[in-house]
Ligand binder design. Structure first.
Ligand SMILES: NC(=O)c1ccc[n+]([C@@H]2O[C@H](COP(=O)([O-])OP(=O)(O)OC[C@H]3O[C@@H](n4cnc5c(N)ncnc54)[C@H](O)[C@@H]3O)[C@@H](O)[C@H]2O)c1
Ligand SMILES: [Zn+2]
Length: 364
């Protein structure tokens, strides 16, 4: 089964293809759309060694070269971005005129740095996203945000630049370490909580099949999440109307926890988002926006996907990093809260005392 979703932008709408083996359709797409005649594939050695066969099909009949970036955030740097740009320049030296396009084959790191390079090299060349982590398949590869990090902060330098297409093949996910899968599940639960009660119930009822990566279950949840993100992005491409804000559910406190716990190797973005969602739901109950049972259902679902509902942290450190947040103005902050499962309200004046109470509830 192949699903097709259109990211319906005013200029240059683009398709997202989802399904097992869908990456094999890339050569045909490239030929039909006349995207270019030479692919530079940005990826990581680990991905190529795990998926040799699949990558062979992905690039069948296309002249290409592979550029490897290191694992982790190091790749999202000025050094790596310009190293790759040097490679692109060196490809242009021959007699034959190459019309280069990029293929970002990897997780959010590869997609972010690759998309950024595509957007600035010669003021923009086409690129294709082939996300290989669950997080990238449901989130990072869709929406056109590209970024690299600078010494001071993550994602500080970047652009809005949309790919020509996104090819989501859930088969890539089968080799993902459990910890990386959890990162993706945190975002999947987020989509359900903010936008889709049926997805929430589906995640709850079928948690074992989904976590065993049974293909048709996996395809269903990825497709639904991609659809939700595509719809939101289509309405608010450049994040100017505030509609993308709801995608930040769980992220305000989540980011602060991540920052405060950066020394812990087992604490990543997904863990932060899970705990951030629990705090946001707790604050929603406290403000009378939603019932206790909504908050409990959310916590139960988070537990089912092996994400944390409590953690050890220094409350003052978390609060300190929250007050650095640009959304924090005069003692209060804007947060996405829940009214029901699948429904949100953006509240602009959440005070620090309520946040502190919610943190104390998740503290071990
Ligand atoms: N642009 C956006 O809208 C957006 C949204 C969310 C996150 N992000 C960014 O995405 C990044 C995180 O992305 P991520 O969680 O995908 O991390 P990642 O790209 O670092 O990938 C996680 C790990 O999984 C490995 N990996 C990738 N595919 C694999 C596979 N199929 N099998 C086995 N291992 C595989 C990678 O080599 C890496 O070690 C962050 O930098 C974040 O800022 C961007
Ligand atoms: Zn996130």
């Amino acid at each position: 089964m192949m699903y097709k979703i259109i990211v319906n932008l005013k200029t240059d709408p683009y398709p997202i293809f989802i399904g097992r083996g869908v990456s094999e359709k890339l050569p045909r797409f490239l030929a039909d759309k006349d995207i270019g005649n030479y692919a530079v594939v940005i990826t990581q050695r680990k991905i190529v060694s795990l998926h040799k066969g699949r990558i062979g099909c992905l690039l069948k009949g296309i002249p290409y070269r592979i550029v490897y970036v290191p694992q982790g955030e190091t790749a999202k740097s000025q050094e790596w971005a310009f190293r790759i740009i040097e490679t692109l320049l060196s490809e242009n030296k021959g007699v034959l005129k190459k019309r280069i396009f990029l293929v970002c084959l990897g997780g959010g790191v590869v997609g972010d740095v690759g998309g950024f390079i595509a957007s600035i090299y010669k003021r923009g060349i086409p690129f294709i996203q082939v996300p290989t982590t669950l997080l990238a398949q449901v989130d990072a590869s869709i929406g056109g945000k590209t970024a690299i990090n600078v010494r001071q902060a993550k994602n500080m330098v970047g652009t809005f630049y949309q790919p020509q297409a996104v090819f989501i093949d859930p088969e890539f996910i089968t080799t993902l370490p459990k910890r990386e899968l959890r990162q993706g599940f945190a975002e999947v639960i987020k989509y359900a909580a903010i936008k889709d009660k049926d997805l929430f119930t589906f995640l709850d009822k079928n948690s074992s099949e989904i976590q065993k990566l049974v293909p048709r279950y996996l395809e269903k949840i990825i497709t639904r999440c991609a659809q939700i993100k595509a719809e939101i992005v289509s309405c608010d491409e450049k994040e100017k109307k505030g509609l993308r804000t709801i995608l930040n559910f769980g992220h305000t406190i989540g980011h602060a926890l991540e920052a405060a716990l950066c020394y812990r190797r087992d604490f990543h973005h997904g863990e932060g988002v899970a705990l951030g969602m629990i705090c946001a739901a707790g604050i929603s109950v406290k403000l009378g926006l939603c019932s206790q049972s909504v908050a409990e259902k959310l916590a139960d679902l988070i537990k089912k996907y092996s994400l944390p509902v409590t953690a050890r942290f220094d409350t003052q450190k978390v609060l300190a990093s929250l007050t650095y947040d640009k959304k924090f103005v005069r003692g209060s902050i804007r947060m996405v809260l829940l009214t029901f499962v699948g429904k949100t309200r953006v509240c602009s004046r959440i005070n620090l005392a309520d946040i502190k109470k919610s943190l104390l509830k998740i503290k071990q």
